[in-house]
Design a binder for this molecule. Structure first.
Ligand SMILES: Cc1cc2nc3c(=O)[nH]c(=O)nc-3n(C[C@H](O)[C@H](O)[C@H](O)COP(=O)(O)OP(=O)(O)OC[C@H]3O[C@@H](n4cnc5c(N)ncnc54)[C@H](O)[C@@H]3O)c2cc1C
Length: 568
């Protein structure tokens, strides 16, 4: 029986997945590594990251300052031991990436350039113009090609985690090109499937960000941590949601309301445009309620003004912003301000892991945006997450490799039977004749209820309504029917499976938000406006059950920084 097998299997070939694959390949002699990715790795969302990646490199900066900024940015929900590890390893990781060929932008004196980013008290964001993710992913991808131990499964779509005797033993996946469910045996599996921004209607996220890995872990009993915390980025283009990178403000751009004021002086006087994203997104809503915003075909917006930076700086530091605005809104930022509004950008929560990337399920690891190692807490600082992919990708790759050393493969007959069961499950659910519901309709309804109930501001009433709507949508999902019953490149089937993942993640998210009766970081309850450290200095853990998700809590790890009021 010819079932492929690997010591370490990655689900995901983005920044975290490729970094983990390289670390696992280096973990020990003879290790065999598989990388399953539903898109060609260079098309992972990491490729679209623009602004940069954080590490404390300069003399006016320090590891402690980077740690403090991250912890304060997280509204004290980050685990401080994790943050300390993160800032330390960040430095080595970005230098390592330089050695692997990442072309960082440089100053005149040859040093790697750094720029300002929101909530950071020193310039510590390394960048490659405003195409940082592209260059980082390219450096990782070309490095991964040097390892014979790494075998790729491009355009394979993972449908389930195989579990036996309480341990993860591989995955089932559809080869999208030829169809059919296949098993891949593994001694350990690392989930690196990225975020779930697509459960919201208006997002910077690529179409592939549907929370797949989070749901796969959730379905085998692994808790999802801090799901209620999702980040709105204050500067997306109305209509498309395309991101205007925070680097535009880092380089000196202004946010201007319809009265011509730099309105952030009202909200974050100490930082202005370089305030953290959660506060800037809320400031927009306050301005909107006060009637000081513009009205356009895609709703309200404010202006991001770069004109005073001049053409030379824009072309050198923000060429992609100019390209995007010219192509998508017909505006040249050298001469005109850019219309922007908050847009859903990032999931702080995800698969619950410890500092090494291990989940509570033996053999299962996670890293990158799909994971919640607890370094971002209630609000991530921009440019920390590319570095997170490097640091915790590497750590999880090493620890999964070590774990695999002491494990055996599950026998091929059992694995094959599991794959056949999975094939039957998918055929029965989607290829019967009865299903009247359409994927797109349920998906649209999911997105609009998420925006209504778990948007920038939340209330008990709206959250309960959203939880109930999701329950109904999950029922409707049982009656989904597909028009395309073919096997080759059946994108309708992939979309149906992704919708199942989205519903699971949305359900956990809405219930976690309902039960957190406080405001902290990105989670802003109009009915509980204060942060409540006594009750909620805790991570939420959502567990899947037959009914509503069960929410448990886990205390935050504090080391050297006492929680204080978060003011900028
Ligand atoms: C527009 C944009 C700009 C950003 N800019 C910055 C920035 O400047 N700095 C910063 O720090 N952060 C930035 N971020 C955030 C950061 O880019 C992401 O958090 C990070 O790149 C996520 O990397 P990842 O490896 O976890 O996941 P991804 O890069 O999203 O990769 C996910 C991988 O999982 C695979 N996958 C998913 N589901 C399945 C499945 N079912 N089966 C098989 N494979 C699957 C995909 O094929 C893909 O390879 C930005 C994000 C966006 C959207």
């Amino acid at each position: 029986m010819n079932i492929p097998k690997h010591d370490v299997l990655l689900v995901g070939g983005g920044g975290a997945g490729l970094r983990a694959a390289i670390a696992a390949a280096e973990a020990y002699e003879g290790a065999s590594i598989g990388v399953v990715s539903k898109v060609y790795p260079m098309r992972s969302h990491t490729v679209s990251a623009e602004g940069g990646t954080a590490a404390a490199l300069r003399d006016d900066d320090s590891l402690d300052l980077h740690a403090y900024d991250t912890i304060k940015g997280s509204d004290f929900l980050a685990d401080q031991d994790v943050v300390e590890k993160f800032v330390q390893d960040a430095v080595d990781e970005v230098i390592q990436l330089e050695h692997w060929g990442c072309p960082w932008s440089r100053d005149e004196d040859g040093r790697v350039s750094v720029r300002a980013f929101g909530g950071m008290s020193a310039k510590r964001t390394l960048y490659a113009a405003d195409k940082t993710g592209f260059h980082m992913l390219h450096a990782l991808f070309q490095t991964s090609l040097k390892y014979d131990a790494i075998q790729r499964y491009d355009e394979w779509f993972a449908t389930s985690l195989l579990i036996d005797d309480g341990k993860v033993r591989g995955v089932t996946a559809i080869n999208i090109r030829s169809g059919g469910v296949h098993a891949i045996a593994a001694k350990s599996v690392i989930i690196c499937t990225g975020g779930a921004g697509k459960i919201f209607p208006f997002t910077t996220n690529a179409a592939i960000k549907t929370g797949d890995g989070m749901a796969l872990a959730y379905r085998i009993g692994c808790p999802l941590k801090d799901l209620e915390f999702v980040q709105y980025h204050p500067t997306g283009l109305p209509g498309t949601g395309i991101l205007m990178t925070e680097a535009s403000r880092g380089e000196g751009g202004y946010m201007i309301n319809s009265e011509g004021d730099r309105y952030l002086s009202e909200y974050v006087p100490g930082k202005m445009e370089l305030g953290p994203r959660d506060i800037l997104s809320r400031a927009f809503v306050h301005e909107m309620r006060a009637g000081r915003v513009f009205d356009g075909p895609y709703g309200n917006y404010v202006h991001l003004d770069l004109r005073h930076l001049g053409e030379k700086v824009i072309d050198e530091k923000l060429p992609f912003v100019r390209e995007l605005t010219k192509n998508y809104v017909g505006i040249d930022p050298v001469y005109e301000p850019i219309p922007v509004r908050p847009v859903l950008h990032y999931c702080m929560g995800g698969v619950h892991t410890d500092i090494e990337g291990a989940t509570p399920i033996p053999g299962l690891y996670a890293a990158g945006e799909a994971a919640c190692v607890s370094m971002n807490g209630a609000n991530r600082l921009g440019s920390n997450s590319l570095t997170e992919c490097l640091v915790f990708g590497a750590l999880s790759g090493r620890s999964a490799g070590q774990y695999a050393l002491e494990q055996d493969y599950l026998d091929p007959y059992t694995i094959d039977r599991m794959a056949q069961d999975e094939q039957k499950r998918i055929e029965t659910q989607f290829f019967g004749d009865g299903g009247k519901e359409r994927v797109a309709n349920i998906r649209d309804d999911l997105r609009s209820t998420m925006e209504q109930g778990v948007g920038i501001f939340r209330t008990d009433e709206e959250l309960k309504a959203t939880c109930e709507t999701i329950r109904q949508l999950k029922e409707r999902y049982q009656n989904v029917g597909l028009d395309d019953k073919s096997s080759v490149f059946n994108t309708e089937l992939i979309a149906a499976l992704e919708l199942g993942y989205m519903l699971d993640v949305a359900d956990g998210l809405a219930h976690s938000a309902l039960q957190r009766e406080e405001s902290r970081g990105s989670h802003s309850r109009s009915d509980f406006e204060e942060r409540d450290d006594e009750k909620f200095l805790q991570h939420s853990l959502a567990y899947q059950t037959d009914g509503d998700p069960r929410i448990e809590y886990l205390p935050v790890t504090l080391t050297r920084w006492e929680p204080e009021e978060r003011k900028y």
